[in-house]
Design a protein around this ligand. Structure first.
Ligand code: GLN
Ligand code: ZN
Length: 774
């Protein structure tokens, strides 16, 4: 422990986007993967980006030498960074280590992306966000050892530029709590049981950071807020107490800030951390409230996460100030202002959005503006409330303006929502629907279909880009799309699929496409947010009451239907997914916003039906993602999310077959919710769990149509007809035959045509084999 604890700054952000304002990191990393640039060139781009970030944050008012600037760069993922730092790579990557046992950039990327026979680490969603982290694999055999100098060399790099930064590392409890057991581990092994072996390596890492010049280190422990992990909150709190007793007692370490964002820290963890020998704690006050006074706070800094790290709204500084000053009653040595989480979940800078209405812009804050708000609050804490009165008033005025602006509240939308009755959420008797649909559709047993998109080829992307730049006319672009649809329809007919799709070539993205066509939304030009690795998404901004000025998909679907006698599936994105993958207004309950979106979709469904479309799919791949981390919040969430889906679909006629698609295989967790959606047919991801889902469905008593995906579209691998037949055989044996549909496990947009055609041919051959048997 250092002799004198350096003061913690009065304001900080818990992390900053690392992809670059113009996604420079994506381009650099992908060029390196493609072999067009060497590692040195990539390292140089990354170093330039880190420099630009530090300079920018200093310009925005964070201190150059007071540890208020976090060093939160990552080439791919912060969980992988921590796993690699402590040497926790599974055996299959052992060969990739350097001669001295360290893990270089090549091995790091291989763990992230796989190589040959060696599958990459699994990827899964980070808490209830749309960011995906790599799941560490840890077993009894994992030999922890400091294996990368990346963290300390970044601190040293900053130092040489005159910055004292605060390195950000995923903490030991969270690293283990998010890990899964290696294949070699015995049944029932918990990675968290390796905590005592891991801590000395973290202590060594802290020493290296100190030696490199870090005065503070930030250890992120969001696992301590979750009730959805294998370890219970009590077990996690206990682990935190042990971990921070050891790390706090380490010699020659920087001062330690432990953060716990994304929700309220569990009371047990709060008590444990307050008593731990660390110097500062950061808590989320946007998704949690002030905790009770706790023993041990007197010597610590408490960082109140009052500026939301996960949305893009300009924070209410008056409310933030009230929350911060309320923290003073807890008796900490100092209160500081902070963001609730890292800002990795928001885009860089709203100033880049020159095409947005300036009035909308004045309501927004991206990472740079949020940093500015933290700096303001920090000044208030240091110099008194009067010193920031102007900024607080300006933020309040922007909020008031937003409340009263046209479009934020639309009388007609509100009246319609207020008049809803339970009948609007209810599609009526399922058996009657089955009979009507059988008569209308005349499908064979084991009907075959796909999830919606066909490969988004370079040609499609180029045509869209050229249309966007005005290089081709709208008529030319639409003709291109009609040709593409015609090709995809012919292909499906040739393959022998039963329910066809138009292929979604006109959609840049399954949410943005609807956002662009609904009132109440805007889309950004540069608002990219990392989704995983080099992938980023550009969430739309849902700022006002939602309504549908005109039909959206009807022309494309009816054109596609005109080309075939087979049923053509209309394709919509559901209300929950539209919310989950957008930045959503925070001035009313999500439930109300979801119902507005649902009503717009309901009108679209009515128009599709009127135009002769008899099968309509409403995708809800994000239903599971938004599930709250706290058990107590889950029933209310499921109520409104399921309700909004039902509202969107319940206007459909009995003879209209409503499908939905869900993108995950943890079927058991939300099985009741899936049943409650009351879709006629549900397709789900199942290929990777080798059909285990089929057993879960059979056990659950789910009676509606179900298409457990028969092959994994996330990989270019072509499944053989034999292996698909095996899965189908299992499905047809364990489930009533009339329930089973045959489909890939997700949309095909990321795949190439060669493997797509071959794969579809194989699943149809497999279907014919099983049909002949049953
Ligand atoms: N219909 C969409 C597609 O096929 C569904 C994608 C998804 O669920 N993520 O692309
Ligand atoms: Zn999917």
């Amino acid at each position: 422990m250092t002799d004198t604890t350096p003061a913690f700054p009065r304001g900080t952000i818990l992390g900053y986007p690392r992809i670059g304002r113009r996604r420079e990191l994506k381009r650099a990393v992908e060029a390196h993967w493609a072999g067009t640039t060497d590692a040195a060139a990539l390292e140089q781009t990354a170093a330039d980006l880190r420099r630009a970030t530090r300079e920018r944050l200093a310009e925005l008012g964070l201190g150059r030498d007071d540890s208020s600037i976090p060093e939160s760069f990552s080439y791919y993922d912060q969980v992988l960074d921590a796993a690699v730092a402590v040497g926790a790579l599974p055996e299959r990557f052992a060969d990739l280590r350097e001669a001295d046992g360290t893990i270089g950039l090549g091995a790091y990327f291989t763990a992230a992306r796989g190589a040959g026979e060696n599958a990459p680490l699994e990827m899964t969603k980070w808490f209830d966000t749309n960011y995906h982290y790599l799941v560490p694999e840890i077993g009894p055999e994992t030999a922890f050892a400091l294996s990368s100098e990346r963290f300390s060399s970044q601190v040293a790099e900053a130092k040489s530029d005159g910055f004292t930064v605060r390195p950000v590392v995923v903490g030991p409890v969270t690293l283990l709590a998010l890990a899964k057991a290696t294949d070699a581990a015995p049944e029932g092994f918990y990675p968290l049981s390796r905590l005592d072996d891991l801590l000395p390596v973290y202590a060594e890492l802290l020493g290296a950071l100190r030696a490199a010049g870090a005065e503070w280190v930030q250890l992120d422990e969001p696992a301590l807020v979750s009730e959805s992990l294998p370890a219970s909150p009590a077990a996690l709190a206990d682990a935190a107490a042990r971990a921070y007793a050891v790390l706090g007692g380490a010699s020659d370490r920087p001062s330690i800030l432990v953060t716990a964002g994304y929700a309220q820290l569990s009371p047990e963890a709060w008590t444990a951390l307050a008593a731990a020998p660390v110097e500062a704690l950061a808590i989320d006050l946007t998704r949690g409230s002030a905790p009770a006074a706790a023993h041990g706070l007197a010597g610590k800094t408490l960082v109140g996460g009052v500026i939301d790290g996960r949305n893009i709204w300009r924070g209410d500084l008056a409310a933030a100030w009230t929350k911060l000053t309320a923290l003073e009653a807890l008796g900490a040595a100092q209160v500081s202002a902070g963001t609730s989480t890292s800002l990795q979940h928001v885009p860089h800078d709203v100033e880049d959005e020159t095409a947005l209405d300036p009035r909308l812009v004045s309501w927004l804050a991206f990472a740079d503006q949020k940093t500015g708000q933290v700096v303001t609050l920090a000044r208030g804490l240091a110099e008194g409330a009067d010193s920031i009165a102007d900024e607080v008033a300006a933020a309040s005025a922007a909020l008031a303006d937003r409340r009263s602006a046209p479009g934020v509240r639309d009388g007609a939308v509100r009246q319609r929502a207020a008049a809803l009755t339970p009948a609007d959420f209810d599609r009526g008797d399922y058996e009657a629907r089955v009979a009507a649909q059988e008569a209308a559709l005349d499908l064979p047993v084991l009907p075959t279909t796909t999830i919606g998109s066909f490969p988004q080829t370079g040609d499609i992307r180029r045509a869209r880009a050229r249309h966007g730049k005005g290089e081709i006319t709208t008529e030319e672009y639409e003709q291109f799309l009609r040709d593409e649809i015609a090709r995809v329809v012919t292909l499906q007919e040739d393959l022998g699929l039963d329910v066809l799709v138009h292929g979604e070539a006109e959609r840049n993205d399954m949410v943005q496409y609807f956002a662009e066509n609904l009132d109440g939304f805007d889309v950004t030009q540069h608002g990219w947010v990392q989704s995983y690795g080099s992938r980023a998404t550009r969430p739309s901004i849902l700022w006002g009451d939602v309504s549908r000025p005109a039909p959206i998909t009807v022309a494309w679907s009816t054109f596609a239907q005109s080309l075939t006698a087979k049923p053509m599936k209309g394709m919509l994105t559901g209300p929950v997914t539209i919310l989950a993958w957008s930045f959503v207004r925070d001035d009313q309950p999500l439930a109300d916003t979801a119902n507005q979106v649902a009503l717009a979709l309901r009108d679209e469904i009515a128009d599709l039906e009127a135009a002769g479309i008899g099968v309509i799919q409403v995708d809800e791949p994000a239903l599971r993602e938004l599930l709250p981390l706290k058990k107590a919040d889950q029933p209310a969430y499921l109520e409104w999310s399921v309700g909004s889906f039902r509202l969107s679909t319940a206007g459909a006629a009995e003879a209209t077959q409503v499908h939905t698609h869900l993108c995950y295989s943890e079927f058991d967790v939300v099985i009741d919710a899936i049943a409650a959606l009351d879709a006629d047919v549900t397709s789900i991801e199942a290929a990777r769990s080798r059909g285990e889902v089929i057993g879960d469905i059979a056990e659950s008593g789910f009676t509606h149509g179900v298409g457990p995906g028969v092959y994994d579209i996330h990989s270019p691998r072509v499944p053989s007809a034999g292996e698909v037949a095996e899965l189908l055989d299992r499905a047809a044996t364990e489930l009533p035959l009339r329930q089973v549909w045959v489909n890939p496990d997700c949309g095909l947009k990321t795949r190439g045509y060669d493997e797509t055609v071959e794969s579809l041919r194989n699943i149809i051959e497999a279907t014919r084999t099983i049909r002949a048997k049953v």
